[in-house]
Every structure is written in structure tokens, then in C-alpha cells.
Design a protein around this ligand. Structure first.
Ligand code: UDP
Length: 232
């Protein structure tokens, strides 16, 4: 499939989630949600990262830009729901490795996935609190040894991006960074109401209900731009 360039940022004009998953499965890479911000604020660095991975449209502005360039069928794919779509589609045939969140929450996520997707092949998993460089290296070794088809990392930015980058250098797979999605899936944190999500304002909703985190969020947001990804 040909990519479409918007201000030098290359995005795949996927026409469905299925098409995205099939492409990612064939080509491997880190899935990167692209929205208008990431196009407007792209730097040489962020552009390069998106262009070397699998950029897909996660925003109305990006879809519009693709359509203007002639990619009529492009649709918006919500990054925050994508990981469960991937599991739904691939759990009977593919292997998974999951990393992230607090140990108790992480274990709940694994239990819930095994209940919802009986037979799911989870070849490895661990919580997201990695004690130091040795533990981190051991994790990367383990992923390379177990060769999962799909790796999800839910540690927040930029940790998850840095980790996925280092893992990808050792073992090619479908990678997706999930931010706080494990907290949401296990019921420890609720999603923003639908209206906020539909308008790409989930981040704003979260700032409103957790104003004390504004500093952290802004810092993280800048960092995430710098790196390439969004959080869900
Ligand atoms: N987290 C983690 N390891 C870390 C730091 C955070 O696994 O070293 C997890 C944290 O438990 C939470 C997720 O990363 O499940 C996202 O955390 P946070 O809400 O701070 O990030 P955001 O979703 O806002 O990026």
C-alpha cells in the first residue's frame, strides 16, 4: 500500500481496521497514531520516526488531509481501541507479549484477557515497573527469545516508545504503545465520556478531572511530540 505524504509526514490511508492489521502483520513495525498536531508540529526527528514505522490516521484532521490528497477511502482509526481489535482478530492464530502497569493491575489485565479470549497465546508478560538497566535488558532478551507476533507496551510516554524502539531492533513484530490502557481495561480508571472521545478531547477531560497532573501531562505531551506518539 502506498503512503500519502502530508507535510512530509507519511501516513497509510487505511480504509478499515482490518486493512491496518493485515498490513502491520505482513510488514511489522511500531503503530503510530497520527493526528493533525503531529503533522503541524512535526520535526525532522518525529517525521523520521513516523515515516520509518506504521503511521495511521487517528484524527479527523489527518483524515481530511489524506482525502484532499486523493485517498478517498481513508478512515479514522481510534488508537485507544486498536489493541483490542488486534487481539480480537489475531488471538486464535498469533502470539502476544504484554508489558505495563502496576503489578496487581497487570495481573488483572492478563486474567481478563484469558477470560475474554479463551486460548489466547500470551508467551510472556510483566508489569511496567522495571527496576534498572539489567532488568530492562533481560526483558528485551526475553522478547527476542520468545518471538511474539504482537507486543503491547502500556507504560506511558516516553518510556514505552524508547522500549519499543530497542525491542524492535532485536525482534520484529507488531508493536503498539498503550499509555494507561491497562488501567482502563481493568476498570481502575474510567474513559472520558463518549462526546469527549469523539472530539479527540480525552486528554482535556483528563486534565479537568485531575488538574494536579497538569504539569506532568504537559511535560509528557511535549516529550511525546518530540518522540512521536500520543497517549490514550
Ligand atoms: N507505568 C508503568 N511503568 C512506569 C510508569 C508508568 O507501567 O514506569 C504505567 C502506569 O502504571 C499506568 C501507565 O503506565 O498504567 C500510564 O501511566 P500514566 O497514567 O502516568 O500515563 P499516561 O497514560 O497519562 O501516559
Amino acid at each position: 500500500m502506498d503512503k500519502v505524504k502530508i507535510k512530509g509526514v507519511e501516513v497509510f490511508p487505511f480504509t478499515s481496521v482490518d486493512e491496518l492489521i493485515e498490513h502491520a502483520d505482513r510488514n511489522k513495525g511500531i503503530l503510530v497514531a497520527v493526528n493533525a498536531d503531529k503533522v503541524i508540529w512535526a520535526t525532522d526527528e518525529t517525521r523520521e520516526i513516523i515515516n520509518n514505522n506504521i503511521g495511521y490516521c487517528d484524527g479527523a484532521g489527518a483524515v481530511l488531509a489524506l482525502k484532499k490528497k486523493g485517498a478517498d477511502g481513508a478512515v479514522r482509526i481510534a488508537g485507544c481501541d486498536l489493541w483490542l481489535e488486534i487481539i480480537k482478530k489475531l488471538h486464535a492464530s498469533h502470539s502476544f507479549y504484554l508489558i505495563g502497569a502496576r503489578k496487581d493491575i497487570h495481573d488483572e489485565v492478563i486474567d481478563k484477557l484469558r477470560r475474554e479470549f479463551p486460548g489466547i497465546n500470551i508467551v510472556g508478560h510483566r508489569d511496567g515497573y522495571i527496576a534498572g538497566p539489567e532488568e530492562r535488558a533481560a526483558l528485551i532478551d526475553d522478547v527476542a527469545a520468545k518471538k511474539p507476533d504482537v507486543v503491547f507496551v502500556a507504560m506511558g510516554s516516553p518510556k514505552q516508545e524508547l522500549l519499543m524502539h530497542d525491542m524492535m531492533a532485536r525482534h520484529k513484530a507488531i508493536y503498539q504503545g498503550l499509555g494507561g490502557s491497562f488501567d482502563v481495561y481493568s476498570g481502575h480508571q474510567s474513559r472520558a465520556p463518549k462526546w469527549w472521545r469523539d472530539h479527540n478531547l480525552e486528554f482535556l477531560y483528563r486534565l479537568m478531572i485531575r488538574p494536579k497532573r497538569i504539569k506532568h501531562d504537559i511535560y509528557k505531551f511535549k516529550f511525546a511530540w518530540w518522540l512521536f506518539t500520543g497517549n490514550y
